[in-house]
Write a protein that binds this ligand. Structure first.
Ligand code: PMV
Length: 365
């Protein structure tokens, strides 16, 4: 697949109006994407668990209009939200070439999250993928003379992921479950820089319903956005080493996912999280997104593992919150440990329980 394959060539512009609705999840990377080329092409491959309950639900109502040009309104949790407009405007401009009907319709975008807005959880992955999926459903309704490949489910998912990527890189890993790989690499033949693909290797039963409890250490706005962070990988002294390491870690993780070796899984996942933050601390300018409580939690997790047989581990996004990952058979003990020893480090003792999920769903209207 190339970019050209995603350009919609003909469509039926007689359709006056309609509505589509999707629920799309967030995802948490095990091997991290940090550093990109133009048009959100990643510098290195990444792999993530798709989440189950942390989702954005988006309905788009489209209405034919006379004059050409972008026209849309955004409602967030029932209220008009002007602050989201510039991001969507940029997104529409980027994807217009692939969806020429965008200028023929007015779009009413109504969106809400299943997780609290002010939780500090990145909603761009679930948010952008939900919009991309709605636009794909609209494209399906308008398109005529589709080739067999364009009419396939694979094409739908690939183009939805391709579009989501242009909204926010990691959003391209939110279309499907349970594990998604993004970025061309030797370990996965179908992998692509343009879109995420379902992980094609074997996955051991140890990873069934893998748990992710998100500890909300800091719900505030991040001091440095991931856009800026990605940029700081240009000319970063350790960049090339890091990009190479991600390829190696992905290959290792593929074998670990098949064997079910949780000790090795922990090593890769925690090292990836700390490497991500090490990149931030060693860029110029340097910055730190972890908070003292992030480190308290990490140390408590290590001490708990030392003391018990637990396979609990942590990973981090570009922020202070901690994702606590553990197998389903440890659900009770780890939750007890979290409640007893870790929630005191969370803002208002707030945490969110989630687990590995199956990807986005269309909601029939
Ligand atoms: O999708 P972006 O541009 O917000 O980048 C997010 C990058 C990380 O969350 C830090 C890592 C990842 O692979 O999701």
């Amino acid at each position: 697949m190339t970019e050209q394959d995603f350009i919609l060539k003909t469509y039926n512009s007689n359709i006056e109006n309609g509505s589509v609705k999707w629920a799309s999840p967030s995802n948490i990377a095990l091997v991290k994407y940090w550093g990109k080329k133009k048009h959100q092409i990643p510098e290195n491959p990444s792999i993530s668990f798709t989440l189950s309950d942390c989702k954005t639900i988006t309905e788009i109502t489209y209405t034919k209009k006379q004059e050409k040009g972008f026209s849309f309104d955004i409602y967030f949790e029932g209220e008009k939200h002007e602050a989201f407009k510039p991001k969507i405007q940029t997104f529409f401009e980027r994807i217009e070439i692939y969806m020429p009907f965008l200028k023929d319709y007015h779009f009413k975008i109504e969106t809400s999250n299943t997780f609290p807005h002010s939780s500090g959880i990145a909603s761009s992955a679930s948010g952008m993928s939900a919009i991309a999926l709605c636009l794909m459903s609209i494209e399906n309704k308008l398109s005529v003379n589709k080739s067999d490949s364009e009419a396939s489910q694979d094409y739908f998912n690939q183009k939805a992921s391709f579009l989501a990527r242009l909204g926010s890189g990691s959003a391209c890993r939110s279309i499907e479950g349970e594990l998604v790989v993004w970025g061309k690499n030797e370990s996965m033949v179908d992998s692509s820089d343009l879109y995420g693909v379902k992980f094609e290797g074997d996955v051991h039963a140890n990873f069934n319903n893998y748990q992710d409890t998100i500890l909300l250490v800091d719900k505030g706005e991040k001091q440095v956005s991931s856009t800026v962070g990605h940029q700081l990988m240009y000319g970063h002294p350790f960049a090339q080493e890091r990009f190479g390491q991600a390829h190696v870690n992905l290959a290792k993780l593929k074998a670990i996912l098949a064997s079910g070796d949780l000790n090795e899984f922990i090593k890769i996942v925690e090292s990836e999280a700390l490497t991500l933050h090490a990149m931030m601390m060693t860029s110029m300018p340097y910055f730190i997104l972890m908070k003292p409580n992030t480190l308290e939690i990490i140390n408590k997790i290590w001490a708990f593992r030392e003391k018990t047989d637990s396979k609990v581990c942590f990973t981090l996004d570009a922020g202070a919150n901690v994702h606590v990952l553990y197998p389903e058979n440890e659900k009770e003990t780890v939750l007890e440990f979290i409640k007893k020893d870790l929630t005191k480090y969370c803002q208002n003792e707030h945490f969110i329980c989630d687990q590995i999920g199956q990807g986005a769903n269309q909601i029939q209207l």
